[in-house]
Every structure is written in C-alpha cells, then in structure tokens.
Design a protein around this ligand. Structure first.
Ligand SMILES: C[S@@+](CC[C@H](N)C(=O)[O-])C[C@H]1O[C@@H](n2cnc3c(N)ncnc32)[C@H](O)[C@@H]1O
Length: 189
C-alpha cells in the first residue's frame, strides 16, 4: 500500500513537471514578439526608384553601414546590401514588419549583410551608422535631430524621404517620381 502511494506521488510530480515545462516554453514566442508600443507613424513603403535615389545621393558603398530608422518591409537595408554592397540595419517597432523584412532578406539572399531589430528607434543606439535613412514625419525628424547630432560621427550622411528636419537646411534636395529627398551630413562637433 505504501509502495503504491509512493508510485502515485511520483507520477503526480512528473505530471506537474511536464505541465510546468510546457507552459513556460509556450510563453516564450509570445514574449519574443511582444508589442513594444504603438508606432509613431504608420507603414507606407518608399517606391523602389526613390530607395535607389536615396542610397545614390548618400554615395553608399561597400564600407557603409546603412541604418533605416523605421524600416518597414526592409527594402532600404536590403537594397543597400544587394545593389550597393553595404551592410544594412533596420529598426522597426512593429514585429510584423520585422518578420516581413527577415523573409525579404532571405528571398534577396542578403542575410549575411542585413540585420533587423524589433525596437523603438528613439531607444536604440545608432552610433555605428555611416548612413541613416528616414521616412517618418516632420515632427519625428525634428524630435530625432538631437539624437542624430549626439550619437553619429561627423560626416555621417542622413537622407530623408519626403520630410525636412526643422530649420536644418539640407545640403541637397532631389525630386524623384514626384517625391522629395533631403540630404544632410553631420557637422564637426
Ligand atoms: C513610413 S514607414 C517607412 C518604411 C521604410 N523605411 C520605407 O521607407 O519603405 C515608417 C515605419 O516606421 C515604423 N515606426 C514607427 N514608429 C517607430 C518607432 N518609434 N521605432 C521604430 N519604428 C517605428 C513603422 O512601423 C513603419 O514601418
């Protein structure tokens, strides 16, 4: 009788252990894709010709690290890697966009050159960038300006699709397919 009780206790303990392990692993993917907060701007992709013009105006090449802040489906970092030989980093607050960008990087065969981070662009260190691309909003560009000035090295190129950055006069302005592109470089400290 005592032996039977021991066997039953052991079986119950094993069941509880299995249930606990199962519930803790089941939670892991949910945490990995947890929503950070609502995006500051909705997703609208930059047309391919405008992407190429943005990378061209910045003179992107093999030694560059291109950061796209709010990277959407990853088209800017992916094009920077595929057509310009650069390394590309994309940051997006929306996990759906990051999933899409990673799938697109696989399709484009550039997973060795690009990385996508599910993060808030305002909370992420961008100091290694040599080129920063933006397609946000005028207010967000203005809010971002002190961070760009503080973290980026002098000479780092900034390219914005459609939106200016307050009273910071762009060095170049382009019009491609009816879209404006603005270009600046970070001045000496
Ligand atoms: C207008 S789309 C631009 C997408 C891409 N850069 C392009 O040009 O095709 C803006 C992107 O910024 C992302 N976003 C908005 N607020 C953000 C934040 N605080 N941190 C990171 N990404 C953000 C959105 O999820 C969206 O994908």
């Amino acid at each position: 009788m005592q032996r039977l009780r021991k066997v039953v206790t052991l079986a119950v303990c094993l069941c509880l252990l299995v249930l606990y392990a199962d519930s803790s692993t089941a939670q892991a993917p949910a945490q990995a894709t947890a929503k950070l907060r609502d995006p500051d701007v909705i997703y609208v992709p930059t047309p391919p010709a405008v992407v190429e013009a943005m990378l061209n105006v910045a003179g992107v090449g093999k030694t560059d690290i291109v950061y796209d802040l709010g990277s959407g489906d990853g088209r800017i970092p992916i094009t920077a890697a595929q057509k310009f030989g650069a390394r590309g980093i994309g940051i997006d607050i929306n996990p759906e966009r990051i999933k899409e960008a990673n799938e697109n990087a696989v399709k484009a065969g550039v997973t060795d050159k690009v990385k996508f981070m599910n993060a808030d662009l305002f909370e992420t260190n961008i100091s290694e960038a040599t080129v920063v691309t933006l397609y946000l909003l005028p207010t967000l560009n203005e809010k971002l300006r002190p961070k760009l000035m503080k973290e980026l090295k002098p000479g780092t190129r900034i390219v914005s699709h459609a939106f200016r950055m307050g009273d910071w006069e762009p060095e170049k302005t382009l019009n491609v397919e009816g879209r404006e592109i603005f270009y600046w470089t970070i001045p000496k400290k």
